[in-house]
Design a protein around this ligand. Structure first.
Ligand code: G6P
Ligand code: MN
Length: 422
């Protein structure tokens, strides 16, 4: 909200509506948002609601992020695979597959609300696991105005900009991949200066660890370790710069060895960010005092506002979005949902051609996209077999036997969310 309101002169708002289906969280977050609006744009009409019709009637943009099952289910997604010595991660491997099956129906419902109440609206969606969500949208709502996005490349680009002494807005990139699964092949200044060799050299030594980092996001010790590990990812594909999430696929044994099966990222977030945000809300409510600097504008916040603005003002700015390939990666499945630079204007994102990609990356992407497609097929057909195949095919899982053991545990844990499989 702060990210929107500090730009109010460049992006005029008539009304801001906060929607949550969880009244308790809505009320706590609402306390902070009311203060933010009062401080940064007191004229703005603010509505808080748990009614989708109220929320979504006459909307131009919906900024969506949902976590089906909340952190309790993220914890299951991470801990169940780890019991079997497999990567436990919210968006990668079996955990991401489990989360995907939970997210699909609720995302579809949100799209249906949007189309019923505001047929011309755009939904900009961060809900994870974005790759599976995007594939489900392609299959189940092919004509809907939803753009699936991720802040990881934006966050890493910010780090790259520190490394070369620029700002992210000074830089243009070439990038290809699936969500949480991609590579930069070029990072250049708007004046044409090529920073790629300098970045490759830096990342091969330090990963994406930087001296300067003003953001509050991606800063916990476990995230720092992820930024550092990019040095090892870079060694595997020396000509390009890796997305940090590739560590789960290229070094799963390392990740498992360095995981605590009894205390995962979900626990860190529950005891960290969740406590801080809701603690701050309580403190602000109790004291009635708000200074405006309690929360900072992180990458996800600035990116989604930039994207909405590009659509609203038809700016044709260049941004990474998750879109149907249609030849952007010319030697890859045209019907895969890929993450590539796009020009964004009134009609949404237009992908920029990234050309042919090398055999190693192509092989990895073919395997991973098949996992994602199998998950969506399993959802549509209620197929145990296809879901077992999806887990078996994930590069994070060693065998069909282990895949089955994990799957059978996940089915029990997700009984309130998943379709019944047969
Ligand atoms: C990155 C990813 C998001 C993910 C988040 C998790 O920003 O792009 O998709 O949700 O990390 O961060 P957390 O701090 O919750 O582990
Ligand atoms: Mn992401």
């Amino acid at each position: 909200v702060k990210s929107l309101l500090v730009q109010k002169d460049r992006f005029k708002l008539n009304e801001l509506v906060l929607y949550d289906n969880n009244a308790e969280r809505q009320e706590a977050v609402g306390v902070i948002v009311r203060h933010v609006v009062e401080m940064f744009d007191p004229e703005l009409k603010l509505t808080l609601t748990t009614d989708p019709e109220v929320a979504m009637t006459d909307a131009d943009f919906i900024f969506a992020q949902m976590r089906v099952g909340l952190y309790a289910m993220r914890e299951q997604d991470e801990k169940i695979p780890l019991k079997y010595g497999v990567v436990g991660q919210e968006t990668c491997g079996p955990g991401g597959i489990a989360y995907g099956l939970r997210s699909i129906p609720d995302i579809m419902q949100l799209i249906d609300y949007m189309e019923a109440y505001s047929p011309n609206c755009w939904m900009l969606n961060y809900s994870n696991p974005a790759s599976i969500v995007a594939e489900a949208c392609r299959v189940l709502r092919p004509n809907s105005k939803i753009i699936n996005i991720c802040d990881m490349p934006v966050g890493t680009l910010r780090r790259m900009s520190y490394i070369v002494g620029k700002t992210p807005k000074d830089l243009d990139v070439k990038y290809y991949g699936l969500n949480h699964f991609g590579w930069w092949t070029s990072v250049k200044g708007k004046d044409g200066t090529d920073y790629t060799p300098q970045l490759i050299d830096y990342v091969s030594k330090h990963g994406y660890l930087t001296q300067k980092a003003i953001e509050t996001q991606h800063m916990d010790a476990s995230w720092q370790e992820t930024h550092r590990k990019a040095a090892d990812l870079q060694a595997v594909t020396p000509d390009c710069l890796p997305n940090t999430y590739l560590k789960y696929y290229l070094f799963p044994d390392y990740v498992v060895e360095h995981s605590d099966p009894n205390y995962t990222r979900a626990n860190e977030v529950i005891n960290g960010r969740e406590k801080n945000v809701f603690g701050a809300a309580r403190a602000i409510t109790a004291s009635g005092e708000f200074h405006g600097d309690e929360f900072s504008i992180d990458n996800h916040a600035s990116f989604i506002v930039d994207l909405a603005r590009a659509i609203a003002y038809n700016t044709h700015e260049r941004m990474l979005c998750i879109v149907e390939n249609k030849g952007a990666i010319s030697n890859f499945d045209p019907h895969a949902m890929v993450e590539v630079p796009c020009l964004v204007g009134n009609d949404g994102p237009e992908p920029l051609c990234q050309g042919e990609i090398p055999t190693f990356q192509l092989g990895m992407m073919n395997q991973q996209v098949a996992v994602e497609k199998l998950v969506v097929e399993a959802y549509c057909e209620h197929s145990y077999q296809k879901l077992w195949q999806a887990l078996t095919l994930s590069k994070t899982v060693p065998s069909a036997k282990v895949a089955k053991e994990i799957l059978d545990d996940l089915i029990v844990a997700n009984k309130d969310y998943w379709p019944e499989l047969h």
